[in-house]
Write a protein that binds this ligand. Structure first.
Ligand SMILES: Cc1cc2nc3c(=O)[nH]c(=O)nc-3n(C[C@H](O)[C@H](O)[C@H](O)COP(=O)(O)O)c2cc1C
Length: 206
């Protein structure tokens, strides 16, 4: 089994990567593989709301969104990590995930997800809340830890010094691994995925 992770920072070796690596190392100890996906250094487009999402992915094929969606198909779980920018997730991770979920939501359904954030000081829980919103509309079980999934650090190397934060990351990994194994055991025992009702779109109340 494999967990796909998304780094919402431009810094490939910054604090966000460090906290994702901490989760990943513990996942490995539990027998689960992981991959950290970097969005690249180029600009990430916003969702245009064009409604042209298809099995080929997003119409904009000049960044890494479609590559990520391809990896989602094969993944068993998802963890998204962000630095806190002005008390919210990085703009690029929100733009990226808006488009991932528009065209790749079906590859998320019923897979466990978690969001982690790192900040110098404040805005962590608001950032995690914003990222968890994606999971909440995709029928994804949200995995939790022994504290909210946040770590403190400013410059690269500081996150590792937040002992409580890093312990929270490791406990998150243990819970993610446990849930993945429960889901696999459930499938082997013949437990079927729930079938959602056909969409009713009440776009406004008459
Ligand atoms: C544009 C910008 C805005 C930031 N806003 C906040 C903030 O609101 N609260 C905070 O505690 N840290 C803030 N920070 C600090 C980062 O969250 C922190 O340095 C983080 O560890 C960076 O992670 P990275 O190394 O993965 O990029 C901000 C940093 C930048 C560049």
């Amino acid at each position: 089994m494999k967990v796909l992770m998304l780094n919402g920072s431009l810094k490939a070796n910054g604090n966000t990567n460090a906290i994702l690596e901490a989760v990943g190392k513990q996942l490995n100890q539990e027998g689960i593989d992981y991959e950290i996906f970097q969005m690249g250094n180029d600009a990430v487009r916003d969702c245009a709301g064009c409604g042209q999402c298809s099995d080929k992915g997003c119409v904009y094929d000049d960044d890494k969104v479609n590559e990520f969606v391809g990896k989602l198909k094969e993944a068993d779980g998802l963890i998204v990590g962000t630095p806190v920018y002005y008390a919210h997730p990085s703009g690029r991770i929100m733009s990226f995930l808006d488009r991932v979920f528009c065209c790749g939501r079906k590859y998320m359904e019923h897979k466990p997800g978690a969001a982690v954030a790192v900040a110098r000081r404040a805005g962590t829980t608001a950032s995690v809340d914003a990222l968890n919103k994606y999971f909440g509309i995709a029928q994804m079980p949200i995995v939790s830890s022994t504290y909210w999934d946040v770590v403190h650090g400013r410059v690269p190397g500081e996150a590792e010094q937040d002992g409580e934060g890093m312990q929270t990351m490791r406990n998150l990994a243990r819970n993610m691994a446990w849930l993945l194994k429960c889901i696999e055991a459930g499938k082997a025992a013949g437990i079927e995925l729930p079938q959602a009702e056909t969409d009713v779109k009440t776009n406004f109340i008459r």
